[in-house]
Design a protein around this ligand. Structure first.
Ligand code: ZN
Length: 481
């Protein structure tokens, strides 16, 4: 009685998951052989179950099919016992099936060769059923899962999960996209000798093209050197931070590409100059009291409202600001006036920063060159050392800053109507921010990967939704942890 209930349950679970998995597979458009999810035709009348805690041991037999000798095609065969293959089947949350498939062996009566019936439940040399493999790979697509958490969910070992990932997922980049965005990601030293990884992003599709183990010049050169010139010639634009080695390598390896410096990055260096001035003024009034409330009112106000110096006034909320030390409420306009009246340098630096911010926001390719020249003149003439330094940097990168005003159709925001053109987008590293956050999440959740190659594969597998799963899993050379 109990046994037939179990049989029905198993059949039900199994069929449900086959169907579910197959549907998911179609939805995500995997390049994968459909025979992965062929219906497993266990003979449930012969199949036996035994439970032990959360584990259900299954002795499974296939429904016999018409067989013929694979060598000579003869159909007169004699049965020659069974071989057993045990795999884990972890498609059901609360329990783990340990399935021993009894695979029928045959002997051909004509040519005397031996062979076995088909075993569609698992792949050769695999310790997990095909569906388990699929479920693990599906869970690994989420940035917040770890090898550990999946192992715990499915009642298998962490190494089981890692092995599945290493064997079925091995990303290799295709053709270079027409626009590249370059960035780096700080990681711990456990992974590679280098603290910064080099990230190449497909600007248009907001996907990772590749992750390289180091952002050092020689590493980048070695990487691009392996890509044929014909392919590199097709790259038309590259966006990057103001990082000299990137620029040098790109000018050499991508002869048809314009290089654009990310405008957010430039704005950041100007904000840093602003901060330097702000801190120097702030320190003039610092009475070094234990409690900030007892400090000089200027020190107090500058410190409390330091964000006013690097933000557009329109972007600061319209609510009143209560200043406890003065016991009064102020509008944001009043606060700004108060701050700028403290010191001439502070005021000058504020307006220089605001001018650049406005230039960056409002200018277009046709007028930006002239405007930038005018701003640089003001920076140089300001008498403020940090702004003089920034002006020097900007002058060096001027051509590339101007290139950042080039717009390209944004392929990601789909036009609402057929006639409408896609919204233009400036060349920038903006899209990378989101990807970088996902990489950071994977890095943190994984508690610091020690294997760079695995980390690279995992990040790309999570971010690019179309990384193919291997039809023939890779044989692992050695057990890696
Ligand atoms: Zn034969």
């Amino acid at each position: 009685m109990l046994l037939s209930r179990f049989n029905r349950l198993f059949k039900k679970i199994h069929n449900t998951y086959s169907y579910w998995a197959y549907r998911e597979l179609q939805k995500s458009g995997y390049i994968i052989h459909s025979s992965y999810f062929i219906h497993t035709n266990f003979d449930f009348d012969r199949t036996r179950f035994r439970t032990s805690g959360r584990i259900i041991y299954v002795d499974a037999y296939y429904i016999p099919e018409e067989q013929s000798c694979p060598i000579c095609g003869f159909t007169a065969l004699s049965k020659n016992g069974h071989i057993k293959k045990t795999v884990k089947h972890c498609t059901y949350y609360t329990m783990l099936f340990v399935v021993t498939c009894h695979i029928q062996a045959y002997k051909c009566q004509h040519c005397h060769s031996f062979f076995y019936e088909k075993d569609p439940f698992s792949n050769p040399n695999e310790t997990l059923s095909k569906e388990s493999v699929f479920i693990i790979l599906d869970k690994l697509k989420q940035a917040n899962t770890t090898f550990e958490s999946i192992a715990k969910d499915l009642h298998i070992s962490r190494q089981n999960v890692i092995d599945v990932f290493d064997r079925y997922v091995d990303y290799s980049p295709g053709e270079l996209p027409s626009i590249l965005s370059l960035d780096e990601k700080h990681v711990n030293k456990r992974m590679t000798e280098n603290t910064y990884l080099f990230i190449i992003v497909d600007f248009k599709n907001v996907k990772i093209f590749d992750i390289v183990y180091s952002r050092h010049k020689y590493a980048i050169e070695r990487y691009f050197n392996k890509i044929p010139l014909e392919q590199r010639k097709k790259v038309l634009a590259i966006t990057m931070d103001m990082w000299e080695p990137y620029k040098e390598v790109c000018e050499r390896y991508f002869i048809n590409a314009i290089i654009a410096v990310d405008s957010f990055h430039v704005m950041e260096t100007i904000n840093q100059a602003m901060d330097k001035i702000r801190i120097s003024v702030e320190q003039k009034f610092n009475l070094k009291t234990e409690n900030i409330e007892d400090n000089h009112i200027y020190y107090y106000m500058i410190k409390k409202f330091k964000f006013f110096f690097v933000k557009e006034l329109d972007d600061i909320g319209d609510n009143y600001f209560y200043v406890r030390k003065l016991g009064a409420r102020f509008t944001k306009q009043q606060i700004l006036k108060y701050l700028l009246d403290i010191d001439e340098k502070l005021e000058k630096a504020y307006y220089l920063t605001a001018q650049y911010r406005e230039f960056n926001k409002a200018c277009v390719r046709s007028n930006c060159e002239e405007e930038l020249e005018a701003i640089l003149d003001r920076f140089y003439a300001s008498g403020l050392a940090p702004f003089f330094e920034v002006a020097k940097t900007i002058s060096t990168w001027k051509k590339y800053i101007i290139n950042s005003f080039v717009v390209v159709p944004d392929a990601l925001t789909k036009p609402k109507t057929a006639i409408e053109e896609p919204k233009p987008r400036r060349l920038s590293n903006g899209a990378i921010e989101g990807l970088n956050a996902i990489i950071e999440k994977i890095n943190l959740n994984g508690n610091g990967y020690s294997n760079f190659y695995r980390f690279r594969n995992r990040c790309i597998y999570v971010i690019n939704k179309d990384v193919p799963i291997k039809n023939t899993p890779i044989k692992l050379k050695k057990q890696s942890k």
